[in-house]
Design a protein around this ligand. Structure first.
Ligand SMILES: [Zn+2]
Length: 154
């Protein structure tokens, strides 16, 4: 089975409805999955942490615990609807754009932005160890604002 092909198709056919999206990914459209799916997939591509989505759910009066949000995000990820982008042990984002691409991370704002795959050129990659192949390369380019005074000093 071609997992990558499946993922790409799902990303493109996202428009119809969250219900169709969940069914297409083999997930039962429970009320909680539907509600979180609406928040996630209702408005273009986004990068959210479990905490961010939980806060949104609270604001939208969706009664759901943080643990359920975590579980749902991981289920969506396993089903190919989301891609997990981990910055470090304490910062994981879930990306609704499951195609290959890289990221800017704005450290001051904890915000993740897409970098199109073709915008970054990797000239040389290390040879993987014997018996292994590179499955994908995720690059996170960390950004910080340039303080005015520092710019002058430089
Ligand atoms: Zn992204």
């Amino acid at each position: 089975m071609d997992e990558t092909g499946k993922t790409y198709r799902l990303a493109r056919e996202r428009a119809p409805s969250v219900r169709a999206l969940l069914r297409g990914a083999g997930l039962r459209p429970t009320r909680q999955r539907m509600a979180l799916g609406q928040l996630l997939f209702g408005s273009g591509n986004r990068h959210v942490s479990a905490e961010m989505l939980h806060e949104e759910a609270m604001r939208a009066e969706v009664p759901v615990s943080l643990a359920t949000v975590y579980n749902t995000l991981h289920q969506f990820t396993e089903a190919g609807l989301l891609r997990e982008v981990s910055l470090d042990a304490s910062k994981t984002y879930f990306d609704t754009n499951v195609s290959d691409h890289h990221h800017f991370f704005v450290e001051d704002d904890n915000e993740m932005l897409d970098v199109p795959e073709e915008a970054l050129h990797l000239d040389r990659l290390p040879d993987p160890p014997e018996g292994m192949e590179i499955s994908r390369v995720d690059v996170v380019i960390r950004l910080r604002r340039i303080a005015a005074r520092r710019t002058l000093a430089d």
